[in-house]
Every structure is written in C-alpha cells, then in structure tokens.
Ligand binder design. Structure first.
Ligand SMILES: [Zn+2]
Length: 99
C-alpha cells in the first residue's frame, strides 16, 4: 500500500523528471541536477523505479539519458540497451516478455 506521503513523493519525482526532460536542451546542468535529485528521492524513500524512469536516469552517474545525445540506444537479443556516454554504464531492459 502506498502511503499519502509516498504518493506525493512519486508525483514530485515525475514533476522533476518532466522538467528535466524539457530543460535538457536549454540548461544541461540544471536538468542533470533535477535528475540527480529525483534519483536520490527514489532511492532514499525506496519508491522503486518505473520502466521509463530506469531508462531516463543513469544509475551510476545520475545524469539524464537522452537517446542520441547522452546515450546510445541499441536493440540486442530481445532487450533495449542504453549506454551512458558520460560514464559508460549500460542499462538493459528486456522487451520480449512485456505484458
Ligand atoms: Zn552514467
């Protein structure tokens, strides 16, 4: 069960990430900071990352992953792989068994 506090936190995280995505083109540093704050909120409060969020923030350096800009996207063996161009970390999410 989600408590009320957690619900608000999840909303805040989504708000931060949507702004980070918008800011990506105009203010890179601020967008990365938003992503980092959102990631800290997720991990400290054990909110759990959604599928889209896993592909949006690099777990290693906490920067925004934007396909074609800060990340390379490849399809390999039934999975989407995102490679962070900042630290080289690879995120791999399977699309084969999606329900
Ligand atoms: Zn990274």
């Amino acid at each position: 069960m989600l408590t009320k506090a957690k619900k608000y936190l999840i909303e805040d995280v989504e708000y931060l990430l949507s702004h980070a995505k918008e800011l990506r083109k105009s203010d890179k540093e601020l967008a990365d900071r938003y992503a980092k704050i959102a990631y800290n909120m997720i991990t400290k409060n054990k909110l759990g990352m959604k599928r889209e969020q896993k592909l949006l923030i690099c777990k290693n350096c906490n920067r925004l992953l934007i396909p074609g800009d800060t990340a390379i996207v490849r399809l390999y063996k039934g999975a989407v792989t995102y490679k962070c161009l900042n630290c080289g970390k690879i995120v791999r999410i399977s699309y084969a068994k999606r329900e």
